[in-house]
Design a protein around this ligand. Sequence first.
Ligand SMILES: Nc1ncnc2c1ncn2[C@@H]1O[C@H](COP(=O)(O)OP(=O)(O)OP(=O)(O)O)[C@@H](O)[C@H]1O
Length: 305
Amino acid sequence: MNAIEVIGLTKQIGNRPVLCNVTFSVPPGTVCALIGPNGAGKTTLIHTLLGLAKPTAGKSLIFEKNADEKSGLVRSEVGFMTAPAFPNLRVKELLRLCAALYPLWDERLCRHLQELFGLASELPIRQLSKGMKVQLSLVIALSARPRVLLLDEPTSGLDPVHRQSFFRLIMDVVAERETTVLFTTHHPEEAERMADNVGMLLEGRLLFHASVDELKRTSRCIQAVLPDGLPKEIRELPGVLHVKQQGSMYSLFIRDHVDETTERIRLLAPSHLDILPASLEELFIYTASKEGYSFDTAACSESAI
Ligand SMILES: Nc1ncnc2c1ncn2[C@@H]1O[C@H](COP(=O)(O)OP(=O)(O)OP(=O)(O)O)[C@@H](O)[C@H]1O
């Protein structure tokens, strides 16, 4: 049984398709990252899983149950981060309230996390910085010991040191309790580092969903020096996501069809040929650009070419 199952999920808001026939699954005890630019539909998907948004078509299941099922089973098994309520309560008062609310609350873990983040018990919630509020939400989500954690941009607002702590924490929680984690991020390097599987959403469509290992295995940057240039038909081969040119040096970013594309380039008798690994960041940027989506950022990171 999969921990999370998203089947043909479609969400229309007004005339606007926000999620279009999205299908993927997350096995228990694994970490799945959903990457996508602003407005891709990541939050909407998490909200549908939580039962906070109703799909137009399709369904999203957690351990084979719909979030809106009367049993409330799904909600009791799912942890998610939400802005801490009750601004006038002190940190310790909110944590005490949560301890009473969540049946599997782990007080030892809660104290450990509070110490790790250096969250002062006596501070009223309204006096916490944005990053501290994120930390407090994380403490609550993790201490509730859910079977499934749904985290919407969990590291946004965290400084680099606390981001590291967060990564370690998630790894520990998954390893110790076989927790299943689905998190959203704008940062491919977070997905690459944390996740077993990665899905990419763009304008409501899931462009790919695969294991990090598979994505790495099937993506390459082919670098070739071609004094006679690169023919148009090579640029248009199905696996070629992007071509970058500097004089007679061509860098082709490939997803799938690596062997066939390499063979076609070899036939052009390049004076130099290199086949290099590609990063998830490149895959993300070039998959989006192949779909006609443009980022403001510079494209291929030079380090990988
Ligand atoms: N209540 C709403 N009314 C109208 N449009 C909405 C509503 N909620 C979301 N949308 C639209 O749905 C699309 C997806 O939004 P969503 O928040 O799911 O994206 P996201 O990938 O989480 O974005 P971000 O990375 O910026 O948080 C956006 O175009 C957004 O404008």
